[in-house]
Design a protein around this ligand. Structure first.
Ligand SMILES: C=C(O[C@@H]1CC(C(=O)O)=C[C@@H](OP(=O)(O)O)[C@H]1O)C(=O)O
Length: 354
């Protein structure tokens, strides 16, 4: 068992800390013969990288990925794909007051208690910097299952939410603004909110909606590897995620079966899709959709009571470069993790029927 790995047949194993030399990973089980679009991979990394706009962390990283193995003449060889992303813009002195003091609601306390020792610079392995690795693997997975369209977008920031059904949105507009909301008016309000929050030295949470379309029927294993359970695990593995709501989610609990059932059409499609494209843990060919809730980033720029490693009460104020809201940069992370899950189960499904 590897606790730094994700996936079954298509497995990514990662390494790295925010202020170490580099982050990176090894992707195992990727089939041979895919012509790789390297620009598309870098483009996904650019959507996630720090320093990309005024409403995110100002750490400046090019996040250039270098592939070390598993590729020849631009194609995957079927062997393990190794890659590295160098860290270039660490400012470790921002964490000098963190050596034995814990940021409230950060991983500082639990890492220290669990291991008795931690890399306090930038949160070490607990940093969301790790997610750049997932974006590399996810971008490759997207290319493997290119007939499936995966679109995530910011659907709320704090109390500001986009209440338009996803079917009425134009996903090509998601990248037209820095908060990654496909509705201009909502995007503007969200951006204003994040700027206000940043100015106040505070942070705020939000929600990302993700939709996967043109998913083949049959992905997902029936009991402990239900497709939505795997998606839930993937999403809840993302830093700062506190909620995962699939299909009708919690609102379905208020409905009657006669209202909630997705009635079939003769072609196997359904008239409604409150199941969110998965029934019995297996994709049914309808759109897969879910929401992911992010808490406000733990590091805030005002003083809060905390403790140190001697269990003495003290105060801490965040320093350095942090996201006032992690949601705009998390959109490509959610797409990447969705692609990894779907590609993994797409490969597995090839072994399930003669
Ligand atoms: C570096 C990234 O985000 C970082 C996530 C992060 C944290 O505590 O998670 C803290 C900040 O990093 P640091 O203070 O170590 O420079 C962010 O900039 C990134 O996403 O690539």
């Amino acid at each position: 068992m590897s606790f730094n790995s994700f996936g079954n047949l298509l497995k990514v194993t990662t390494y790295g800390e925010s202020h170490g030399t580099a982050i990176g990973g090894v992707i195992d089980g990727f089939p041979a013969g895919l012509k790789v679009d390297f620009e598309a991979i870098q483009e996904e990394l650019n959507r996630r990288k720090p320093g990309q706009s005024k409403i995110v962390t100002q750490r400046k990283e090019p996040d250039t990925v270098e592939f070390l193995s598993g590729l020849f003449e631009g194609k995957t060889t079927g062997t393990s794909i190794g890659f590295v992303i160098r860290n270039t813009n660490q400012k470790s002195k921002d964490y000098n007051n963190n050596t034995n003091v814990y940021r409230p609601s950060h991983a500082d306390f639990t890492y220290d208690q669990k291991y008795g020792f931690r890399d306090f610079r930038g949160g070490g392995r607990s940093s969301a910097r790790e997610t750049a690795n997932w974006v590399v693997a996810g971008a490759l997975a997207k290319q493997l299952i290119s007939s499936i369209q995966i679109n995530a977008f910011t659907s709320s920031v704090g109390e500001i939410s986009l209440d338009i059904p996803y079917q009425e949105l134009d996903f090509t507009k998601t990248e037209s603004n820095i908060v990654r909301c496909p509705d201009d008016a909502s995007a503007e309000r969200m951006i204003t909110k994040i700027k206000e929050i940043r100015k106040a030295g505070d942070t705020i949470g939000g929600i990302i909606t993700c939709v996967a379309q043109n998913v083949p029927v049959g992905l997902g294993e029936p009991i402990f590897h239900k497709l939505h359970a795997e998606l839930g695990k993937a999403m809840l593995s993302i830093n700062a995620v506190k909620g995962f709501e699939f299909g009708s989610g919690f609102s379905g609990s208020k409905m009657k079966g006669s209202e909630h059932n997705d009635v079939f059409n003769a072609d196997g499609s359904t008239q409604s899709n409150l199941s969110g494209g998965i029934q019995g843990g297996i994709s049914n060919g309808m759109d897969i959709y879910f929401k992911v809730a992010f808490k406000p980033v733990a590091t805030i720029m005002s003083s809060q009571q905390t403790i140190n490693s001697e269990n003495e009460l003290t105060e801490i104020t965040g320093k350095g470069r942090h996201d006032p809201c992690v949601v705009p940069r998390a959109v490509p992370i959610i797409e990447a993790m969705t692609a990894l899950v779907l590609a993994d189960y797409w490969l597995l499904n090839k072994t399930r029927k003669i």
